[in-house]
Ligand binder design. Structure first.
Ligand SMILES: [Zn+2]
Length: 491
């Protein structure tokens, strides 16, 4: 049996970190207060939701309650634990089969009382995935509650559950499991399993699991197959790194030395470290150490946020790192230290000799608004032959409009009400150049191009640019293959 299953909580008292819920449920059971027949468990990520649902189901049916906890030994507890009764049904609404069949298979059968248990219980996980028809049928069922029946609904997206359903349930919001409680639980498990562990390794696992107890135990299981729960094993086997590696990487970034940064990115990539996970780890590290170097960390965390959002769309994760970090080193971002303001192809050599280097304390030098870096990532090619193939527009002299850049556009996407439109365009549209009140945009995704070229969307975008800059621009939109875009960007 996997450790995750072995240590899945089976009573309210062994459910770590959700006492605000389990204490209430336990006292309701003890006092036989089950007036409310329907429950809705909410938590944005998987935690013990379904485990608690099962514990509650057993407690409602247990023949030998132990201070409000199910005994896990009586016929009813065993029937639920071993799936040997038709009176207890767990459904994952995310599975398509159930979305289609829930009405016929489940809701039509609620007229019959339980055959074995005291109460017939339906646990519907990810309930927000149900179809409209299924929701209506569910609503009808819970509107006319029957004493012998209970629904326990669980969801990670409560806003998608119709209010009519939510209002008929007692809602429990699960909390993130506090780090120290999770680590203490992991220590207990290691001791029970006779596993040697390093505290730092458990900390690492706790952070990687992002409050998901099941994942944390799963990681212990995976690492234990190869030996001790040591930092070395955890980092090697889970493709993650220790704090020292992250600290060292951030120091390299802080040197603003492009070559060094790129070399380190390639080294990390060659070590089979999951670079998406690594970006998450960097952000978590920054979160933990923020006050040590607040300005630098806040700025850098934005870049890592960008890396995370891009990395899903691009097949070469190390390139994503280079592209994004290059922007910073090149002074493509207005918040970068003045040291870096030479721009791509600018006086990099001079910069190294510059007397305005970041001081040893590490905070970036204050922003010099008067010395804005040049903005266009394309300025090199404006004077060369690297224009996109389908760009037939005569290249005009670039009049630098410093406020028009990718950063402005990422702000604009956030201002658009339509999520579909937002997601359809974010990360796919880049500023090529700004010329005579005209903005040339590169779109690196075919669907995004179609979306953006729709007249109403283009008008909306022009309107947003006006709102944000106070100036009217017309838009020229070009498609470019994303591989080509990224490789040009690196030039
Ligand atoms: Zn029992």
């Amino acid at each position: 049996m996997s450790l995750a299953n072995k240590y899945r909580p089976t009573t309210f008292d062994t459910t770590v970190g959700q006492e605000h819920i389990t204490d209430i449920l336990k006292s309701k059971i003890k006092n036989s207060q089950q007036n409310n027949h329907n429950y809705l468990f909410f938590w944005p990520r998987w935690t013990w939701k379904t485990s608690v649902a099962r514990i509650l189901s057993k407690a409602m049916n247990c023949l030998d309650l132990q201070d409000g906890n199910p005994c896990n030994k009586c016929a009813n507890c065993i029937a639920i634990n071993e799936w040997k009764t038709l009176d207890y049904v767990e459904i994952d609404a995310a599975s398509h089969t159930w979305v289609d069949n829930i009405r016929e298979e489940i809701l039509a059968k609620t007229d019959y009382p339980p055959t074995q248990l005291k109460k017939k219980i339906y646990v519907i996980d990810e309930v927000h995935m149900l179809s409209k028809g299924a929701f209506n049928a569910l609503l009808k069922t819970i509107e006319e509650p029957k004493d012998y029946m209970s629904f326990i609904l669980a969801t990670t997206e409560i806003e998608k559950v119709p209010e009519t359903i939510v209002s008929r349930c007692q809602v429990f919001n699960f909390k993130k499991i506090p780090a120290e409680k999770m680590v203490a639980r992991l220590q207990e498990i290691c001791k029970q399993e006779n596993l040697w562990y390093e505290d730092e390794a458990l900390d690492l696992i706790e952070r990687m699991a992002e409050w998901c107890a099941r994942d944390a135990v799963k990681y212990i299981d995976q690492v234990s197959v190869f030996g001790d729960i040591s930092v070395k094993n955890v980092t090697n086997l889970l493709g993650i790194v220790g704090d020292n590696t992250i600290k060292e990487f951030l120091e390299i970034i802080k040197s603003w030395d492009r070559a060094n940064i790129f070399t380190r990115v390639d080294e990390i990539n060659s070590q089979w470290i999951d670079l998406a996970q690594f970006a998450k780890q960097v952000i978590m590290y920054i979160d933990h150490h923020l006050m040590e170097d607040v300005e630098f960390f806040l700025k850098i965390s934005e870049f890592f946020g960008e890396i995370l959002s891009m990395i899903r769309y691009y097949p070469y994760p190390n390139m994503v790192y280079k592209i994004v970090l290059n922007k910073c080193v090149s002074g493509d971002d207005r918040e970068c230290p003045p040291l870096l303001k030479g721009g791509i192809g600018g006086a990099e050599g001079d910069l190294k000799k510059s007397s305005v280097s970041p001081d040893k304390s590490g905070s970036p030098a204050p922003l010099d608004k008067g010395a804005q870096p040049e903005k266009s990532i394309w300025k090199k090619q404006d004077s060369s032959s690297q224009a996109p193939q389908n760009d037939t527009v005569e290249t005009k002299k670039v009049e630098q409009q410093s406020e028009i850049n990718d950063e402005l556009f990422s702000k604009i996407w956030d201002q658009i009400d339509s999520k579909t439109l937002q997601h359809g365009l974010k990360n796919f549209v880049h500023v090529k150049s700004v010329t005579d009140w005209k903005i040339e945009l590169i779109v690196i995704d075919k669907m995004a191009e179609i979306t953006l070229k729709k007249e109403e969307n283009q008008k909306l975008l022009e309107q947003k640019i006006l709102e944000n800059t106070g100036k009217s621009y017309s838009l020229d939109i070009f498609y470019m293959d994303k591989d080509e875009y990224f490789s040009q960007m690196m030039l």
